[in-house]
Design a protein. Structure first.
Length: 430
């Protein structure tokens, strides 16, 4: 299938998955299914300035891919599309496969989920129900083969557990939850899941609004990851080329506080986003995106790198049914030096436990206005639970106003962050 004609190159991209998911409600199995299994393949053809693309999830239709790709040819000369050459830097191995973890049984999973629910109820008498305790485990095999002779295969596993709890007190009912994921089942931190889910649920009782004021905020790891996901597109060359990033966002730009360091790294063993190569076959690397508050480089795939006159950073991502675009492996804010208790120790600090409406950010102005809930501290002591507030301002200002960075880096899927202390943010009450 991959034999090429003159001025022609081809690339076959395949993904195979198998796995199962489980869900427990109030101590009883609610669902067990092999929902994570499947096969899919896509073919790209580049020929004489044109590109064809097709995909299928039917193994029996593989022979049709070439004809379908040729039929779907379009003019791509000005887009910069490329297919990897065989002499590219070889990819290094990364530890992302847990064969032992994939030997789980249904009986073992159900017992594990029940114990997690039981332990959550023991932590606080206000926890009255487990809305859901869930587990998934899957293995995948990704392969790339092209007409230049490059052939790559990577196999990895992925596991996740989650917990959603119901808490009741004085006629008030609240929900809280948490989850954890990783390439190795033994790395799932069940203690962290239970602790965070219980805390999330019971911290909402008796919550009140606040008077409007400019305040210092503590963004715990999970909330900081939410903000990171809002701005992560700015790190990618396609957002820059297509005008979806703030106009001031350029390489060498002072993007944030000198305490801010943001990294993308696909070579870290056992992390969810790690892979030996990107989805175009370029070796994964570590990239310091923001260092000391300075934005260092845009992440690229072949297409955007070609348009910018440079080499790919090896950050192509895609599903089988889509074309490559720049993206991330494990994107995270680097650890700082401060203990979280110290971040809460000075004056009044509003901890933001949840933000709502992050999809409404205007990429041109970088202005935000998010609904939020959290907890107000004074001198390190909890004063009140808070809800019905709005936090607003400019995302660039928020990055500049980072006053301290915690030493509690946590990953939520492939995004990670420590807690961040941010000054001078507008908080508005009801």
């Amino acid at each position: 299938m991959l034999l090429a004609g003159a001025a022609e190159s081809r690339e076959l991209f395949t993904v195979e998955k198998r796995g199962s998911s489980y869900s427990l409600m109030n101590g009883e199995p609610e669902e067990e299914r092999e929902s994570l299994s499947g096969f899919a393949a896509s073919l790209r053809i580049l020929k004489n300035g044109k590109m064809g693309f097709s995909w299928t999830n039917d193994r029996n239709s593989l022979l049709k891919l070439a004809a379908d790709s040729v039929r779907m040819m379009f003019d791509a000369a000005s887009w910069g599309w490329q297919i990897a050459l065989s002499d590219e830097e070889p990819a290094s191995a990364v530890d992302i496969r847990d064969d032992k973890g994939m030997t789980f049984t249904s009986v073992g999973v159900w017992d594990s989920l029940r114990s997690m629910e039981t332990e959550a109820r023991k932590r606080d008498s206000r926890i009255t129900k487990c809305l859901s305790a869930s587990f998934s485990g899957a293995s995948s095999k990704l392969s790339i083969a092209n007409s230049s002779g490059k052939t790559l295969t990577a196999e990895k596993t992925g596991f996740s557990e989650g917990l959603v709890l119901v808490a009741e007190s004085g006629g008030e009912v609240q929900l809280g939850g948490s989850y954890n994921s990783g390439c190795f089942r033994e790395d799932l931190d069940r203690e962290r899941i239970i602790e965070e889910a219980v805390d999330d649920a019971v911290s909402q009782f008796g919550a009140v609004s606040l008077d409007s004021a400019r305040m210092t905020l503590l963004l715990p790891s999970h909330t900081a990851c939410t903000f990171l996901s809002v701005i992560e597109g700015w790190f990618c060359a396609d957002d820059f080329l297509e005008g979806r990033a703030p106009k001031s966002w350029k390489e060498g730009f002072k993007a944030g506080s000198s305490l801010l360091n943001v990294t993308d790294d696909g070579t870290i063993p056992r992390l969810t986003g790690s892979m030996p190569f990107d989805s175009e076959g370029v070796a994964a690397k570590r990239h310091e995106i923001i260092s000391g508050g300075v934005f260092r480089e845009f992440l690229t795939d072949f297409r955007t790198a070609s348009l910018m006159g440079r080499k790919s950073t090896g950050n192509a991502v895609r599903s089988v049914s889509s074309l490559p675009q720049p993206g991330f492996f494990n994107l995270f804010i680097e650890n700082g030096k401060d203990e979280v208790r110290d971040l809460l120790g000075g004056g009044k600090v509003l901890q933001i436990d949840e933000v709502i409406g992050t999809h409404l950010v205007d990429p041109q102005t970088a202005r935000f206005s998010f609904g939020a809930r959290g907890r107000l501290y004074g001198g390190g002591r909890l004063l009140k639970n808070v809800r019905g507030i709005t936090i607003s301002g400019g995302l660039l200002d928020l990055l500049q106003n980072i006053k301290a960075v915690g030493n509690d880096l946590k990953f939520y899927s492939s995004n990670g962050s420590p807690s961040l202390l941010v000054g001078d943010v507008q908080v508005s009450g009801e």
